[in-house]
Design a protein around this ligand. Structure first.
Ligand SMILES: Cc1cc2nc3c(=O)[nH]c(=O)nc-3n(C[C@H](O)[C@H](O)[C@H](O)COP(=O)(O)OP(=O)(O)OC[C@H]3O[C@@H](n4cnc5c(N)ncnc54)[C@H](O)[C@@H]3O)c2cc1C
Ligand code: SF4
Length: 514
C-alpha cells in the first residue's frame, strides 16, 4: 500500500471524516492559522441534488457491518452517513441540549460514567454551535429556559396529536429545538440558507439548506480559512515514526494511493469506523479498551392508527418534545429519556416495523395500507456503558483490505427498565390522543462509545482533551469518545465537544506541550 503511494504534501492537521466530529475541528484549527486537510470518503453534494425519495438517496454508509448480541443494532441508513458533511446530511436536526445531570450520572447514581468535564465548561461551546448552525424553538422553553434565535417551524399532524395526548395525561410538551431555520438567513462565510418549506424529507437531505449541517456551516467556514476538504478520499492506513507518533496518513482516491505527511491526526470517522480503524491499524489499544463500551440510545417507538389524515411524510418530522422523563419521579432505573413526535417515510417505516414489531408479509402490508392515518412517537433514552458491549474485528475483509466490524450489543437491566417505563408512558399518551390499534416498535439508534474519554488509569482510550492516552499526536472526536450515551440525541453535544477538542489541542500547541 504505502510503497506505491504518491506523496501528496504536508499539512499541520489531517482530519479523517467531515461530520459533526471533524467539521468543527477543521473550522477552528483553520481559523487559528493551521494548515488543515479533511479527508472524506464520501462525495460532495449540491443541496439541489437532494430529493424526497428514499429509494435514491445515497447519503448513507452502507458497507457491511456484522451485528450481534441479544439486541443487535441496525446499521446502514439507520445509523451513519457518508459524504461531505457526514451524517448531518441526513440527520433529523432534533437538537436537545445535554442535560447537565447526565454528564455526572455516576456521581448521582453510582451507575454509568461521569464525563471528564461538566456543563459549566461545555455550555459556551454548545451556545457557539447553536449560533453557527441556527436553532429554532419556542419563546418559553419549559426545561432550563433555553433561548432560540429562530421561532419554531410549524408542527406536523403527529405533533398535534402528541400535544393533545400529553395535555390529557398531564405531560409537558413544547415545540422541539431544531437545527432548522424558520426564516431565510445569510451569515458570513456560510451559504445563503432558505427557510424550511415543511417538505418532510430531512432524512433524504435538505434541498433548501434550511436544515443545519456541517456542509452549510463549519465546512465552508473552514474552507474560507484555507482548509482543504478532499471528497472521495478514503483513509486506508497511517505511518508512524520511530517514537510511535503518527507521521503520515495514506488515502485512496480514484484508485491511486496518496501519502499526506502531518503533525497531528484527528480521527473523526464516526462511532463505528473510528474504533474499527484503530483496531485495524493497531493504534492506541495497548490497554485492550478500543471497541469496548459500545452504546446506542434506547429508541423505542409507539405507533397507532388515527381517524383523521395524519400524512406524516409532510412537515418537519420531529416537531414536538417532552423533557419530563429525563428524571421520572417513579423511575426504577438510572437516567431518563426524551419523548418526541415522529414523521417517517414509508420505506423506512416498513423496515422499522418488520425489524422492531415483527410485522411481515400480509400483516405488514395491511398496516402500511393505512400509512396516511398512522402516527408515532418515540424516545431517545440513556444507555449505560458495559464492557461486554463491544466492537471487534470479524474475519471478513472489506474492499480496501480492512477487517469488517462486528458489533455485539445487548441491553442491560437498566435499559430494559427504562424501555418498559417508556412503553407504558407512550402507550398511555397515544391512547389519550385517540390512537387505535396501538403497537410498539423495538429500536435502538446512534452509534456511541468504543473510544471512551477519561482517565488512563481508568481504562480510557483518549484523555479528557480527546488525545490518545498512548500517542500524543493522535486525537479522536466523534460519538465514539462519549463516556455515556446521555438522554439527549448526540449531534449538538458532539459538535460542542469537537470545538473543545480543537481548543485543547491549540492550547497544548501554544504552551509547547505538543
Ligand atoms: C438517520 C439519522 C438521524 C439522526 N438524527 C439525529 C437528530 O435528529 N439529532 C441528533 O442529535 N443526532 C441525530 N443523529 C445522529 C447524528 O447524526 C450523529 O451523532 C452525528 O452526525 C455523528 O457524527 P460523526 O462525526 O461522529 O460521524 P459521521 O457523521 O458518521 O461522520 C463520519 C464521516 O467520516 C467519513 N469516514 C469514515 N471512514 C472514513 C475513512 N476511512 N476515510 C475518510 N472518511 C471516512 C464518513 O464518510 C463520514 O462522512 C442521526 C443519525 C442518523 C443516522
Ligand atoms: S422539512 Fe424543512 S429542514 Fe427538513 S428537508 Fe424539508 S425544508 Fe429541509
Amino acid at each position: 500500500m504505502s510503497a506505491s503511494a504518491r506523496t501528496a504534501g504536508e499539512t499541520d492537521a489531517v482530519i479523517i471524516g467531515s461530520g459533526a466530529g471533524g467539521a468543527p475541528i477543521a473550522a477552528r484549527l483553520a481559523k487559528a492559522g493551521l494548515s488543515v486537510t479533511v479527508l472524506e470518503a464520501g462525495r460532495a453534494f449540491d443541496p439541489a441534488e437532494h430529493t424526497p425519495d428514499e429509494t435514491t438517496a445515497d447519503l448513507y454508509w452502507m458497507e457491511e457491518r456484522l451485528s450481534g448480541g441479544r439486541d443487535p443494532t441496525a446499521f446502514g441508513a439507520n445509523n451513519s452517513g457518508q459524504g461531505v458533511g457526514g451524517s448531518l446530511l441526513h440527520w433529523g436536526a432534533f437538537c436537545p441540549r445535554p442535560d447537565p445531570r447526565d454528564l455526572t450520572l455516576a456521581s448521582e447514581t453510582g451507575r454509568g460514567r461521569d464525563w471528564p468535564f461538566g456543563w459549566d465548561e461545555l455550555k459556551s461551546y454548545v451556545e457557539t454551535v447553536e449560533t453557527v448552525i441556527g436553532v429554532s424553538g419556542p419563546a418559553d422553553y419549559p426545561w432550563g429556559g433555553r433561548r432560540f434565535a429562530y421561532p419554531p417551524v410549524p408542527r406536523n399532524a403527529p405533533a398535534d396529536a402528541m400535544a393533545r395526548g400529553a395535555r390529557a395525561i398531564g405531560l409537558t410538551v413544547t415545540d422541539a429545538p431544531a437545527a432548522v431555520l424558520s426564516r431565510d438567513r445569510e451569515a458570513g462565510a456560510t451559504p445563503y440558507r432558505m427557510a424550511c418549506v415543511n417538505c418532510g424529507a430531512c432524512h433524504q437531505g435538505c434541498r433548501t439548506g434550511a436544515k443545519g449541517g456541517a456542509d452549510n456551516s463549519f465546512l465552508p467556514m473552514a474552507a474560507a480559512n484555507g482548509a482543504k476538504i478532499i471528497a472521495n478520499a478514503r483513509a486506508i492506513g497511517v505511518e508512524r515514526d520511530a517514537s510511535g507518533r503518527i507521521k503520515s496518513v495514506i488515502y485512496r482516491r480514484g484508485g491511486q494511493d496518496h501519502r499526506l505527511n502531518c503533525r497531528a491526526l484527528f480521527l473523526c470517522a464516526g462511532g463505528v469506523e473510528t474504533p474499527r480503524l484503530l483496531l485495524n491499524w493497531g493504534l492506541g489499544n495497548a490497554g485492550g479498551e478500543v471497541g469496548r463500551n459500545f452504546m446506542t440510545h434506547v429508541a423505542t417507538q409507539v405507533w397507532g392508527r388515527f381517524d383523521a389524515d395524519m400524512s406524516m411524510n409532510r412537515g418537519y418530522p420531529s416537531s414536538l418534545i417532552s423533557e419530563d422523563m429525563v428524571r421520572p419521579s417513579d423511575a426504577n432505573f438510572a437516567g431518563g429519556y426524551l419523548i418526541q413526535s415522529l414523521g417517517v417515510m414509508p420505506v423506512t417505516l416498513a423496515g422499522g416495523f418488520s425489524r422492531g414489531a415483527g410485522l411481515w408479509g400480509a400483516p405488514l402490508v395491511d398496516t402500511l395500507r393505512n400509512y396516511r392515518r398512522l402516527a408515532g412517537i418515540g424516545i431517545n433514552g440513556e444507555c449505560l456503558p458495559n464492557d461486554d458491549n463491544r466492537l471487534t474485528l470479524s474475519d471478513e475483509i472489506d474492499a480496501v483490505g480492512l477487517s469488517k466490524a462486528r458489533i455485539d450489543f445487548s441491553y442491560g437491566e437498566n435499559e430494559r427498565r427504562l424501555d418498559a417505563h417508556a412503553r407504558r408512558v407512550m402507550t398511555e399518551l397515544w391512547t389519550a390522543a385517540g390512537a387505535e390499534d396501538i403497537f410498539t416498535v423495538a429500536r435502538s439508534a446512534h452509534t456511541i462509545g468504543g473510544c471512551r474519554m477519561g482517565d488512563k488509569s481508568d481504562g480510557a482510550v483518549v484523555d479528557g482533551d480527546g488525545c490518545s492516552v498512548e500517542i500524543d499526536n493522535l486525537y479522536v472526536c466523534d460519538n465514539s469518545v462519549f463516556p455515556s450515551a446521555l438522554s439527549a440525541n448526540p449531534a449538538l453535544t458532539l459538535m460542542a465537544v469537537a470545538l473543545r477538542t480543537a481548543d485543547r489541542f491549540l492550547e497544548r500547541q501554544r504552551t509547547g506541550d505538543l
